[in-house]
Design a protein around this ligand. Structure first.
Ligand code: THU
Length: 133
């Protein structure tokens, strides 16, 4: 499976990032079961805690358009010298719609994407029994 388009979508989405406080411009892309790709970027706020990460922005857009199963994830940040994997909160949110074997690609400015599965990034995932339907 070639994930070039997914990685490029994450790079492209980072251009729309609103990050006047951190100057850390992040893009994320999600591959859906029908082959479509949804993207997001981080949107900061002057009330800092209201900032939403690129990954959760992408999840909100995709899920709001009816796409609730993702088979791969890509994250990119041009402002980081090292690869940027999803933060803890985003790992939890991704785990709602991704199984543990989903590959998560992440890169910094050199675009040299590393890959770990979501299960590796977020082991001992819990609370799935709370689902009612
Ligand atoms: N950020 C993301 O968008 N995704 C991550 O996984 C890490 C952090 C954003 C949030 C904030 O706007 C900036 O990067 C610095 O933390």
């Amino acid at each position: 499976m070639d994930y070039t388009n997914l990685k490029e979508a994450a790079v492209f989405a980072s251009r729309f990032s609103y990050a006047p406080y951190s100057a850390f411009h992040v893009g994320a892309a999600l591959l859906c079961t029908d082959g479509s790709i949804f993207t997001g970027c981080n949107i900061e706020n002057r009330s800092y805690g209201l900032t939403i990460c690129a990954e959760r922005s992408a999840v909100s857009t995709a899920a709001g358009c009816g796409k609730k199963v993702f088979t791969a994830v890509a994250v990119y940040c041009a402002d980081s010298p090292s690869p940027v994997p999803p933060c803890g909160a985003c790992r939890q949110v991704l785990s709602e719609f991704c199984s543990g074997d989903v590959p998560v690609f992440y890169a910094g400015r050199d675009r040299n994407f590393k890959m770990m599965t979501l299960g590796e990034l977020y082991p001992e995932d819990s609370l799935h029994d709370l689902k009612q339907n």
